[in-house]
Ligand binder design. Structure first.
Ligand code: 5GP
Length: 367
């Protein structure tokens, strides 16, 4: 069959986190702990730490929300729970003095079917961010939902986030269909740690490239990087590309504050972690199981999430200092990438372990 389209194969190399490193710069701060990691969001909101919890039912709980907000991050409650349950959590958190004082992001995911009465209840309970959360947001039902609930968000001065997208074409479409109701877009598709979308459907785009493409386009939206951020270094790269914050699932998984019990297997402790499109998660909320695009697994128990967040903060401060900037804002605007080879990717990982297996590495050099 002949293809009558001008180009059906985009030859650009689309990069992801491991394909690049941050170029170093003159470090002019006495201590990296001085580095300010505040990031600005639309409508006068800000984050003291540029992270959001993934709206997943094995990640976000009230305990997680409290811990994240305490460190300056944002919470997005998942939608595998009733509106009543979300209202209770939002209310509880919005009465927490820290949330009020910091104007912290107390958000919740919503689906396409959400009705306006429920949206009103969520907003009245203190939600200051609603996230229309679907696997593929480039579809008319998303625009319809934005147009239905967007004016309500505006009235409450709440942020409206929509995801997930992975192309400039999609976000231009969103803008045409929805005027200026959307504040933030979440990218990309298929990169999540529990995700099987790329395997099952063949669609997707590397998360870092989606951020790069969008930030360098004419988009009016603030960009959130979502999916595949496995380390503080990867988060730093997403921010260096111009993302305002990173949404984290896998990195927060297994921590004390995630929903569910610690599971012991012999001496080892684990917690359950599952994709929201996994069979497991779908069985919990629906009778009909279709479009399974996620996995369910056990992950090692990590202890308090504050330790993970502390490592993230320390890592990000190191990124900003070593690239020659004084704060995150400067870093987001000025950081530079270098592309690296496959062998540099191996060099980037700790490799002293190889010696244990094959001492000839060093002996050969000594000979
Ligand atoms: P992570 O930080 O774990 O790499 O990625 C988290 C993101 O993965 C979530 O915010 C969401 O966008 C995406 N995600 C969560 N569950 C699933 C799933 O079951 N399937 C797919 N395709 N994506 C998922």
């Amino acid at each position: 069959m002949r293809k009558d389209v001008p180009m059906f194969f985009d030859e650009k190399v689309h990069v992801t986190f491991d394909d690049v490193l941050l170029a170093t710069g003159l470090c002019d701060v006495d201590s990296r702990s001085e580095i300010d990691l505040t990031t600005q969001l639309p409508k006068g909101y800000s984050l003291g730490l540029p992270v959001m919890t993934a709206a997943m039912d094995t990640i976000t709980s009230l305990d997680m929300a409290r811990a994240i907000v305490e460190e300056g991050g944002a919470v997005v409650h998942h939608r595998n729970q009733s509106v009543n349950a979300r209202v209770a959590m939002l209310r509880e958190l919005s009465e927490h003095p820290e949330v009020v004082e910091k104007r912290a992001i107390n958000g919740t995911a919503v689906g396409l079917g959400i009705d306006v009465e429920d949206v009103e209840r969520l907003l009245d309970a203190g939600a200051n961010l609603l996230c229309i959360e679907v696997a593929h947001a480039f579809m008319p039902a998303v625009a319809e939902t934005v147009n239905r609930i967007g004016p309500m968000c505006k009235q409450h001065e709440a942020l409206l986030m929509v995801g997930n997208f992975s192309s400039v074409k999609a976000t231009r479409w969103l803008r045409e269909e929805t005027d200026d109701l959307v504040d933030l877009v979440k990218v990309s598709q298929g990169g999540g740690s529990c995700c099987t979308t790329r395997i099952r459907t063949g669609i997707g785009k590397p998360t870092l490239q989606s951020v790069i493409d969008l930030v360098r386009s004419d988009t009016p939206y603030t960009v959130i990087a979502d999916g595949g951020i496995r380390t503080s270094g990867a988060l730093a790269k997403a921010l260096a590309a111009g993302a305002c914050a990173g949404m984290l699932g896998g990195m927060l998984s297994g921590t004390r504050e995630t929903p569910g019990e610690v599971i012991y297997q012999g001496e080892r402790a684990y917690k359950h972690f599952r994709g929201m499109a996994s069979r497991d998660a779908k069985e919990a909320v629906a009778d009909e199981i279709k479009n399974v695009e996620g996995i369910s697994t056990l992950v090692p128990y990590k202890g308090p999430v504050s330790q993970v967040l502390e490592q993230i903060r320390d890592g990000l401060q190191g990124s900003v200092a070593s690239t020659g900037f004084e704060n995150l804002r400067q870093f987001q605007q000025g950081a530079q990438f270098i592309r690296v080879s496959k062998s540099s990717q191996i060099e980037s990982l700790p490799h002293a372990e190889f010696l244990k297996k094959d001492p000839s590495y060093h002996q050969a050099a000594d000979a």
